[in-house]
Design a protein around this ligand. Structure first.
Ligand SMILES: C[S@@+](CC[C@H](N)C(=O)[O-])C[C@H]1O[C@@H](n2cnc3c(N)ncnc32)[C@H](O)[C@@H]1O
Length: 260
């Protein structure tokens, strides 16, 4: 089988089994990652590799975890979270006392839990909605469990650590009160339909391997999913150059606002 045919068949099989369409990801980077893994396990073709893990639940879950790269941490890029807390959320609360928020590509839950802590401190008696979604079902189970190590929580202030976690040695477990504020759901940003009416959408460090077309389409769909005045918050290397074409107004670096 030619290399191209092998890759095409592999993509087809993966799509049928998981809904993940590698045509919307940058081919070079994806092939490099998958080839590394295959060579480690001595497989000669993508299809042979796929067949070898297809019916092994653990090996398949490990592969998806490797493919989706779910490294994360609380308050990732702390200076951006400071702006979120000092400016963006107060601006949103001035318009609506109960916020509807979506953490898209939430990975281990560090992002939605960081938000829940900020909101609990700012509006102790309000009940906002935080929807947190990811493609990877295994990572959502980790998020729901809410157990972290010292490295993942290194950006959290000492007072928040002691207020919002049960601490046993190097094991930090998010308290149930914070856990209960997050609604977790499996969702593929490149395939599934979007809800609408969000005040804030976070999509950070998710699109690195998406093609330019897939990113553009995604940002337009986020725009449609926001309320007028709503904000899209992206990762520290993911500035949207054509934000005006999409309809966003200039607001703060890495935060894009839908006009009122
Ligand atoms: C590096 S993590 C980012 C986590 C968090 N947003 C942060 O900034 O720390 C990227 C996450 O995006 C998810 N992801 C990748 N492609 C996706 C897709 N098409 N739909 C939904 N989630 C996706 C991965 O499963 C992974 O958990």
């Amino acid at each position: 089988m030619s290399d191209e045919r092998d890759w095409d068949l592999f993509k087809q099989k993966l799509k049928v089994k998981t809904g993940i369409d590698l045509n919307e990801y940058k081919a070079n980077q994806m092939q490099r990652r998958i080839t590394n893994l295959m060579t480690r396990h001595n497989h000669k073709s993508y299809v042979e590799f796929f067949n070898s893990i297809e019916n092994d639940k653990k090996a398949f879950a490990d592969f998806i975890e490797y493919l989706t790269i779910n490294v994360s941490e609380f308050f990732r890029t702390p200076e951006k979270f400071s702006e979120l807390e000092a400016k963006v959320i107060p601006d949103l609360l001035a318009k609506s006392p109960k916020l509807n928020i979506w953490s898209a590509g939430c990975s281990i839950g560090a992002e939605p839990y960081s938000l829940a802590m900020i909101l609990k401190d700012m509006t102790p008696s309000a009940r906002h909605r935080i929807l947190a979604t990811d493609l990877d079902i295994e990572i959502l189970n980790k998020a729901k469990a809410g157990v972290y190590n010292g490295n993942e929580i290194k950006n959290i202030s000492t007072s928040r650590k002691s207020t919002y976690f049960n601490i046993e040695g190097d094991k930090y477990t998010v308290l149930d009160d914070i856990k209960s504020r997050i609604e977790y759901k499996r969702h593929n940003l490149l395939l599934d339909s979007f809800e609408t009416g969000f005040d804030l959408i976070l999509c950070r460090n998710v699109v690195i391997y998406f093609t330019e077309e897939a990113k553009d389409k995604l940002y337009r769909r986020f725009f449609a999913a926001l309320k007028p005045g709503g904000v899209l918050f992206v990762g520290g290397t993911e500035a949207i150059l054509n934000f005006r074409d999409i309809g966003f107004a200039s607001y703060l670096p890495f935060f894009y606002r839908k006009p009122f």
